[in-house]
Design a protein around this ligand. Structure first.
Ligand code: COA
Length: 164
């Protein structure tokens, strides 16, 4: 049996931002491997399809052999059970994230008591960004080059150039 410490980092990642990359990089100091899990069934309407989001994350982490990208449907804890993974990685940006995170970590632990959520602080450089804010700024031509990985920057530029 592998003794690797593995965590699942879940989210909708529409698209992945440098804030998410920051959490994965910090997470790799704690875990041997991270599975970035893109949720199929969130209530959010996406700009990018699930396959596009997955491909953008794969491209972002193409030089990280210990990062895997997967799609998951249904409950997150079921995905962890199938993969026999016991840790969820989540990032905290501000105090305002805490209530929601506390709630979902509690629910996940109730659904699956041997699963723990590990929280890491997002770098101050990125604490104010979210995927929606990035999309809005990109849509109106603002400069987001420093806030997203290069493949996402290209994809957003192409997407919104078409809109214009
Ligand atoms: N840096 C930058 N942005 C960040 C960030 C970070 N470190 N962490 C989160 N964000 C942003 C995200 O981009 C997202 O932006 P958006 O709302 O504009 O799209 C926002 O903060 C919220 O992120 P998050 O809390 O991760 O929500 P999510 O929609 O990305 O993911 C799931 C939520 C998928 C993890 C959660 O709904 C889930 O586990 N669903 C599966 C069903 C389930 O098991 N439910 C039971 C649990 S209660």
């Amino acid at each position: 049996m592998s003794s690797d410490k593995i965590a699942v980092y879940p989210g909708s990642f529409d698209p992945i931002t440098m804030g998410h990359v920051d959490i994965v990089e910090r997470g790799l100091r704690v875990f041997d491997r991270i599975v970035i899990a893109v949720a199929v069934n969130t209530t959010k309407t996406g700009l990018f399809t699930l396959e596009e989001r997955k491909a953008l994350i794969e491209k972002t982490f193409e030089n990280y052999p210990n990062v895997e990208v997967a799609l998951f449907e249904g409950l997150l804890v079921d995905f962890l059970r199938i993969r026999n993974i016991k840790s969820i990685l989540r990032g905290l940006r501000a105090i305002s994230d805490f209530d929601y995170e506390f709630q979902i970590a509690g629910m996940n632990n109730t659904l699956c008591p041997d699963v723990d959520t590990v929280f890491l602080m997002t770098s101050q450089k990125y604490y104010y960004i979210s995927s929606s804010v990035i999309k809005e700024v990109a849509r109106f031509g603002g400069n987001i080059a420093e806030l997203v990985p290069a493949p996402v920057y290209e994809a957003l530029s192409t997407r919104f150039a078409k809109v214009k």
